[in-house]
Structures are given as structure tokens and as C-alpha cells.
Design a protein around this ligand. Structure first.
Ligand code: BGC
Length: 737
């Protein structure tokens, strides 16, 4: 019992002891930051090898011990990871105890605000040491019919060869074994821990315990696993990483690409997995929101094959979304704002205000714009990947069901002679009560309505894109009525978008009548969120013209000014360049950027019209999650914000976009952005984008199998394998070589 407590105390904050490995000098407490003096600590991620290393120099009394840890999750074997410790007795000789084990008593407790929720998700934990020394742990995930098994094997290599037999001890849900080696001063012992994890959801693992044991036996040594890992990782990484003149910038971009790739990987793409807002970490309970809108375009461009999995995740939940629409008295599919395993709406009804300890109502489940973001991703995935099978069998159906939802949610308002969508919330979650009725939900949120217009038109195009036979089959499958496609266009043409008098798009009906704050951030207590601060003061953010993050501005980020103007014109709204500029300025003056998505969206939205301002936002966006001690990076990195930065470089600055199978190339490279190169895939062809203050070029890989159709500066080109299309800054001259 005491032994476990010592071990646990050494472990938590403890660089030294996580993942069930710990060491101690004979007779002393287990080494960790709680028990020893931390003389030196370094922690590094090598993206080239997808391996993390830490070095710890720990001292107790007169004995200094160094631990060098390296760890990787195998890119070759989806269920295997490896931790290697080199432990050196720097200035002492004697016995070293090595503990290894599995602690089933883990809970999600990283996110302070979520501690009020039950963080324990692993139950019914059992351990058994196998005859070959493998520690097998079986458990169940609470609330789900999923069982999980972890097998681990520890290999110890030591010069002295004096390894005492293992002693086992269990306590609660933890099981450890201990063995002792003898070290002389300066000597190092190498400890390899190889772990295999399987669940009952794995395709080939009806019994996860058998699967964990089998894959551990197949795994071989840590060295051979490392070689296999590198062979799998490096080609993928080479196809994704950025390169360029400014090393710190390139490192930032690569960290983003790395995080996207370790979240949506070749392995996860084969699972029934969505894209959680904080990657595979605890933040937001692991929920899937709309953040795939920022992530999937990057995955689609880098590794199109990986993008299909998260879209299938949405497809598998289409029936649940249909039922949700039906339950709301509507047609089509109403996707949830926050979802997890079942596809049901998981948004909590209350959120905790840490400033005053109150639970505040949370109406964000009304963020129905999530549906349009799914349609957007499907349409763009199809455009860039040419995955016709997916589009025919699943993608078009989802887009149409989402459009049907919008067509049924829009009701004709005789007063204004237009359709209206009521009771929704836009991306700016600070406004969730109608200023007119004080009831949850807003009327005619501009972002929701414009994206609904886009989705309705997209559904029309999607249907028309199918060949007659497939169109008829889909229509039969989903009982599409003949008049529906016309109704989609009618709603798209006549949906209301509110405007303020001087041509500025109004975020929702009534926004402009709210109170104006000269300094929006000044409404908050020092460093705190505005909504929480105002609630504590007995006020509400609903009363103020203050946005947490881009809402109207989001339309510029996604659609670009030209397409936005086109959609509005098709709906009979005049919106010229001056109104666009006014709209951007209006909201930028009212934004507090309290979502990590905020700065990156502003950078993209301003890229073409206000490059210097865009660059300032971009530079701020680059600091997200870089200083882990600030902010909430320890809860999980902000995947959407990180991916969005890459999207800004390629889509907004590089000007690489596509429409109807043709790559559009219209760069707006900021002068301050040093020479940078990024790779991308378009319709199975590899391209490299290279931008600098002088010129931006698009290079087709020599081993491409086809020419790529590119539209640039009003002309059409075919970029044959090995060819380069260059657009010079200033003159805008286009050359193909
Ligand atoms: C943002 C949402 C986002 C969520 C998860 C919230 O703070 O307002 O737009 O989807 O975080 O990243």
C-alpha cells in the first residue's frame, strides 16, 4: 500500500513516472518531481521521427540519476506504442528498483472546469500476469459497451546482468511489478516498455485481450518497432511538411501539420472516428463540434485518403440526425452541435462560470450551422479528391438531407416578403437570446442564413452532378419529392439577411440595437471571459455588441468576398466592396477573440483586402498553444485553430482553391511572409506551392500521372508533370515553364 502511494506521488506531475514506469535507488522513494530535486529537464518533439524525448536529472540526497525517455506511437502498427528509458546512475552504485505496471485508476481531471463531471470512464479493471511475463489489463468503458485490453511487456538490458526476479503488487485498479538491477556509478540500464491496446470496436478483435496479447507477441523488439515506425512515418511526413527560409515559422507550420496528422492519421481514418475539437485529448470531453470545417480542408489537401474517415463518421450518424430533425418537427437531417459515439446531441444544458461558481444556461445546441459545415466539407472533399464513389453513395445524400433541413426550417415572413430562420445561434456564442423575445435563439443570423443559401444551392448542384441512374436511385432512397429542388433554390433566393443602414451585414436581427462598448475587452475582469465577467456583475453579454469570435466575418474566411457578394446578389442584396470593407471593420471593432479560432479566421478574411492587418492576425494565430504554460494547451491543442493557420497560408495567401475540378490560383502573398514551400494533393496529383515576396509558384511533381487544369488571372493552363506556373508579385505576370 505504502509503496503504491509513494509511486503515485512520484508520478503525477512527474515527468519521471507517467505511463507506468518508475525507478528508485534501493531504499529511497520512487524518483519523481515530488520526491527529488529536478536538476535539469528537457522535453522535445522530433517531428522527423514522430518521437518525443525527455531528459531528467533528478537528485535525492547525494545520488543523482538521469532518465532519458523516448517514446513513439507506432505509425506502422495502429495499436502499439513504445517507451524507452535509459537510466544512468550518475554518481552512485547500488541497487535500482524498476517498477512497471498499468494503473486503471485513471480519470479525466486535467480540465479544471470539468472536474464537476464524473471523470472516471474506465471500470471493471482486472490484471493478470501471463506466463511469458506480459501484464494484461482488461477493463470496460463506462456508459458504453466497449471493452478494452492493454498488454505490456518490459525488456530490461543492463551491463551487470544481475536482474532479480519480479515482484508483483496490486492495489485498487493498479498493478505493478518490480525488479531490481545493480548499477555501478556511470552505468546505464535500458528499459523498453512495449504496449499494445485493443478494444472490442477493433475490426479484428472480437476479444480485445486475445488481440492485445497477439499483437504484443508479433511486435518484436523496441528497435525493430522503431524501424517499422520510421518506414511508415517518413514518407507521409515528407509529403506534408513545410519548408522555407524562416526556420521558426516553418517549425510552427510543421507543428500544425504534425498535430493534424497525428489526429487524423492513416489509422484513425479506418476507424469510426470524427475530429474532436482538441484532438485525442480531454478538452471539451472529446466532443466533435464544427471544427472539422477548419481541419478537413487541410487533411483533404495533404492526405485525401485520410479525409474520407471523418466524413463517414458523419454518414453513419445521418439517421440519428434525421430523427433529430423529425423530433424538432422538421425535415432532412439536423446534425448535433456536439457529438460523440452515438451522434446524439451532447451539448451540456449548463456551463460553469468559474468566476462566481454559478451554472449558466448553455443554449449552444442551437448552433445548427454545423450542418452547413458538413455539407461544405463533403462538397470540397469531392472536388479535391474526385472520390466519385463516396459522393454518389453517401456524400450527395448528406448534402441533400442538410439542405432539406434548411428548406423546412425556413418559414415565409409576410412582413418582409422573405424566408426567415428563427431560433438559432451563430458561431459567436455570446448571443444566444433573442433581443426581441428574450427566448433562446436568434432570428436570421446572417452566417447561418448565408451558409444555408450556399447549402441549398450546393444540394441542387449535387443532384444535378449525378448521372440520371444514380440521381433516380438516390431520389427513390430518400423519397425526394419532385418539387424539392425548386424549393431549395426558392429559399436560397429569398432567404433574409439583415443589414444595418449603411450596408453593413447585421449579425442577426437586433444586433445593431444592442449597447455599444468602446472597448469590448474592457467589459471583462482582468484576463477573464466577457460573458462570465458580465454574468458575475449581474449583467449579460447578450445586451452588448460584443462578439466572442467571427460570425459575419466567418463568411469572408470561408467564401471569400467575391463568392459572398455573388450569393447575396443571387438573393437580391446589393453588397459592394465598400459595404464589405465596412462590414469587416464593424465586427473587428467588436470582437474579443475569446475563441482560438478567432484570429485565424480574421487573418483569412482580411488576406486579400487588408494584407497588413491580416498578417498581424496571422502572427497572433501562430502563438496559439506555443506557450503551454499559458492558456489551455494542456487540455489538448486547438486543432481547428492550428489547422486553420495552414489553410490561411495555402488558400488565402497562396490563393490555391478549386472549383468544378479546376484549380484556381490567385495568390495574395503578404510581403512579410518569408519564402515558404508547402505540398498539396489535387485529384491524385502532387503539387508544391512556393511563395515569396517576389512571386508565388505552383509546381507539378515530375511523377504526376496527369496534367492539372489550373485557372489563373482569367486564363486556363494545364500544368503537365514537372511544369511550374509562376505569378509575379506587383505586375501579376503569369509564366509557365
Ligand atoms: C468555440 C466553438 C468551437 C469550440 C471547440 C468554442 O469555444 O466557440 O466555435 O467549435 O470551442 O473548439
Amino acid at each position: 500500500m505504502r509503496e503504491r502511494r509513494d509511486l503515485a506521488r512520484g508520478i503525477p506531475a512527474a515527468p519521471a513516472g507517467c505511463d507506468g514506469l518508475a525507478v528508485r535507488r534501493g531504499g529511497e522513494p520512487w524518483l519523481g518531481t515530488h520526491t527529488a530535486q529536478l536538476v535539469r529537464y528537457t522535453h522535445a518533439l522530433d517531428m522527423e521521427t514522430a518521437q518525443a524525448t525527455r531528459t531528467l536529472l533528478l537528485r535525492i540526497a547525494d545520488g543523482t540519476t538521469q532518465i532519458v525517455e523516448s517514446r513513439f506511437v507506432s505509425a506502422a502498427h495502429p495499436s502499439v506504442f513504445v517507451i524507452r528509458w535509459h537510466v544512468t546512475a550518475c554518481d552512485w552504485s547500488g541497487p535500482l528498483d524498476i517498477a512497471d505496471g498499468t494503473d486503471g485508476d485513471v480519470r479525466n481531471a486535467i480540465v479544471e472546469r470539468q472536474r464537476a463531471f464524473d471523470g472516471r470512464h474506465i471500470v471493471d479493471v482486472m490484471h493478470a500476469i501471463q506466463p511469458d511475463g506480459v501484464l494484461l489489463t482488461s477493463a470496460r468503458l463506462s456508459g458504453a459497451q466497449v471493452s478494452i485490453a492493454i498488454g505490456s511487456r518490459v525488456d530490461v538490458q543492463c551491463a551487470s546482468d544481475e536482474i532479480a526476479p519480479r515482484v508483483e503488487w496490486k492495489e485498487g485498479a493498479a498493478c505493478f511489478t518490480r525488479r531490481t538491477v545493480h548499477l555501478r556509478a556511470g552505468e546505464t540500464v535500458c528499459i523498453d516498455k512495449i504496449v499494445s491496446v485493443h478494444t472490442s470496436r477493433d475490426a479484428l478483435a472480437p476479444d480485445p485481450a486475445d488481440a492485445a496479447l497477439a499483437s504484443l507477441r508479433r511486435a518484436g523488439s523496441a528497435d525493430s518497432l522503431y524501424d517499422a515506425h520510421l518506414r511508415a512515418w517518413q514518407p507521409t511526413w515528407d509529403g506534408v511538411r513545410a519548408d522555407g527560409d524562416d526556420e521558426p515559422l516553418v517549425r510552427q507550420l510543421n507543428l500544425r501539420a504534425f498535430h493534424v496528422l497525428q489526429t487524423v492519421s492513416a489509422h484513425s481514418a479506418l476507424e469510426d472516428a470524427g475530429i474532436p475539437a482538441r484532438g485525442w485529448q480531454e478538452g471539451y470531453h472529446g466532443h466533435v463540434f464544427w471544427d472539422d470545417l477548419f481541419v478537413l480542408p487541410v487533411v483533404t489537401r495533404d492526405e485525401p485518403d485520410h479525409a474520407r474517415g471523418p466524413l463517414l463518421y458523419r454518414y453513419r450518424r445521418l439517421d440519428v440526425a434525421r430523427s433529430a430533425a423529425r423530433a424538432a418537427g422538421l425535415e432532412g437531417a439536423m446534425y448535433p452541435w456536439r457529438s460523440a459515439a452515438t451522434g446524439d446531441e451532447e451539448t451540456p444544458r449548463l456551463q460553469f462560470n468559474p468566476l462566481d461558481g454559478h451554472w449558466m444556461r448553455d443554449h449552444t445546441r442551437l448552433e445548427q450551422h454545423v450542418g452547413s459545415s458538413i455539407a461544405w466539407n463533403i462538397w470540397r472533399y469531392w472536388g479535391a479528391s474526385a472520390d466519385d464513389g463516396f459522393f454518389r453513395d453517401r456524400g450527395a445524400e448528406m448534402i441533400i438531407e442538410i439542405a432539406r433541413f434548411w428548406a423546412s426550417a425556413a418559414t415565409f415572413d409576410e412582413r418582409i416578403g422573405r424566408y426567415a430562420i428563427d431560433c438559432v445561434i451563430g458561431p459567436d456564442e455570446y448571443h444566444d437570446l433573442s433581443p426581441q423575445t428574450n427566448r433562446p435563439g436568434l432570428r436570421n443570423n446572417a452566417y447561418t442564413n448565408v451558409m444555408a443559401m450556399w447549402t441549398l444551392r450546393c444540394a441542387h448542384k449535387a443532384l444535378a452532378s449525378l448521372v440520371e441512374r444514380d440521381r433516380a436511385a438516390l431520389a427513390r432512397k430518400i423519397a425526394l419529392r419532385d418539387d424539392e429542388p425548386d424549393r431549395w433554390l426558392d429559399v436560397a433566393r429569398n432567404l433574409a439577411v439583415p443589414f444595418v443602414d449603411d450596408g453593413v451585414i447585421e449579425q442577426f436581427e437586433g444586433f445593431a440595437r444592442l449597447r455599444r462598448a468602446a472597448d469590448p475587452k474592457g467589459l471583462a475582469d482582468d484576463g477573464a471571459r466577457v460573458d462570465w465577467s458580465l454574468e458575475r456583475a449581474g449583467d449579460t453579454v447578450n445586451a452588448w455588441q460584443v462578439s466572442k469570435q467571427p460570425d459575419v466575418v466567418m463568411l469572408f474566411y470561408l467564401l471569400g468576398e467575391t463568392k459572398l457578394r455573388e450569393l447575396l446578389a443571387q438573393a437580391g442584396y446589393a453588397f459592394d466592396a465598400t459595404a464589405a470593407r465596412r462590414t469587416l471593420d464593424y465586427y473587428l471593432a467588436r470582437m474579443t477573440h475569446e475563441s482560438s479560432l478567432s484570429q485565424v479566421v480574421c487573418a483569412g478574411a482580411l488576406a486579400r483586402g487588408q494584407p497588413e492587418r491580416s498578417w498581424a492576425y496571422f502572427s497572433n494565430a501562430l502563438t496559439t498553444d506555443v506557450t503551454p504554460l499559458e492558456g489551455s494547451a494542456h487540455e489538448g491543442l486547438h486543432l481547428g485553430a492550428l489547422a486553420g493557420t495552414l489553410d490561411v497560408v495555402v488558400r488565402h495567401y497562396g490563393g490555391v482553391d478549386f472549383e468544378d475540378g479546376v484549380l484556381q490560383f490567385d495568390p495574395a502573398w503578404p510581403r512579410a511572409l518569408p519564402r515558404t514551400r508547402l505540398s498539396l494533393m489535387f485529384r491524385h496529383q502532387q503539387l508544391q506551392l512556393e511563395g515569396s515576396a517576389q512571386a508565388v509558384a505552383l509546381r507539378a511533381a515530375r511523377d504526376n500521372t496527369q496534367g492539372v487544369a489550373v485557372a489563373a488571372r482569367g486564363r486556363r493552363f494545364v500544368l503537365e508533370p514537372g511544369a511550374v506556373l509562376t505569378i509575379r508579385a506587383g505586375s501579376g505576370a503569369v509564366a509557365i515553364t
